[in-house]
Design a protein around this ligand. Structure first.
Ligand code: NAI
Ligand SMILES: O=C(O)C1=N[C@H](C(=O)O)C[C@H](O)C1
Length: 269
């Protein structure tokens, strides 16, 4: 019988942390080897199953990042940028593969993660769902096919707890559109319209952000020309789509050499 992949989860009490724990438990080829929460959190020291309101799982919530990560084949991390960098250092030190869903990372954070990926496999994506990664590919193709007569706007909507904007997914879609057009997103990105902005600049890629209620995650890429519009849309209604993608990435990452990977590598898209 082949051995199960040992998976550790960070941010155990979070919206995604809890969803990821459930997804690991539903995966026959994986076992939950440990869970981490930030130091001083109420859940630390409790059985994670009972902390989540269910039956005991025999896994205690730990604040000992290095120990939990070293004991795992792969750590899945959907938390916050400052925490993710610390987890990545621990994962590189122990050679544990690292799947990162955290968004809001700065260019500097990403450069630091790429350096750490020389020591272990890191899979990072602003969205781990199959549908969004397909949408990224479609966006690149449509942007390459349509010229600058089509203004590109990325519109995203999320729940009122979300702390970063535009979403990681919106930025992935913007990057894909820019790549399809053969331009750098940084040169054409328009992220903050307010007041007398002047007319839209031809070739810009605009971003618009909605925050409200319990919206799981919705993304439109609009190509708007005089007389017609093409709209590519993804709507997530259940966080399971992200956690299932992350488990697929984790099982894949555990077998990879050190390197920086994304969901396109995992899914072969
Ligand atoms: N890539 C993807 O497919 C997806 C990414 N996300 C991203 O995942 C992240 C988390 O989202 P949610 O679960 O909704 O947030 P949340 O606020 O519900 O949970 C965040 C978790 O991180 C922990 N945490 C925060 N700061 C920490 C620190 N300094 N050290 C240790 N732990 C810390 C918190 O205690 C909490 O358990 C966000 O960046 C979000 O954008 C969310 C869904 C899908
Ligand atoms: O914070 C969220 O909830 C989500 N974050 C990711 C993002 O920033 O794109 C992915 C998903 O849309 C949900």
């Amino acid at each position: 019988m082949s051995q199960k992949t040992k998976i550790a989860i960070t941010g155990a009490s979070g919206r995604m942390g809890q969803m990821l724990i459930k997804s690991v438990l539903e995966t026959d080829s994986a076992e939950l080897s440990g869970v981490i929460e930030r130091a001083g959190h109420d859940w630390v020291g409790q059985d994670v199953g009972t902390a989540m309101g269910g039956k005991a799982l025999g896994v205690l919530v730990s604040e000992d990042t290095a120990q939990v990560i070293a004991a795992a084949d792969v750590v899945i991390d959907f938390t916050a940028p400052c925490a993710t960098l610390g987890f990545a250092k621990a994962a590189a030190d122990s050679g544990t593969a690292h799947v990162i869903g955290t968004t809001g990372l700065s260019d500097r954070d990403i450069a630091d993660l790429n350096a750490l990926a020389e020591r272990t496999a890191i899979v990072r994506a602003g969205n781990m769902s199959l549908g969004v990664n397909l949408l990224v590919q479609l966006t690149k193709k449509v942007a390459a096919a349509l010229g600058e007569d089509f203004d590109i706007e990325v519109v995203e909507a999320h729940h009122h707890h979300k702390v970063d904007a535009p979403s990681g997914t919106a930025l992935m879609l913007g990057e894909a559109a820019a790549e399809g057009r053969g331009v750098n997103l940084a040169d054409v990105s328009d992220r903050g319209r307010d007041g007398i902005t002047g007319a839209r600049k031809r070739g810009d890629i605009g971003f618009a952000v909605v925050r409200g209620g319990d919206i799981v995650g919705e993304h439109d890429v609009m190509f708007a020309a005089p007389g017609e519009r093409v709209v590519l849309r993804h709507i997530a209604t259940d966080r399971k789509v992200f956690s299932r993608g992350a488990i697929t990435a984790a099982l894949w990452a555990a077998k990879q050499k050190p390197g920086a990977y994304d969901m396109m590598d995992v899914l072969g898209l």
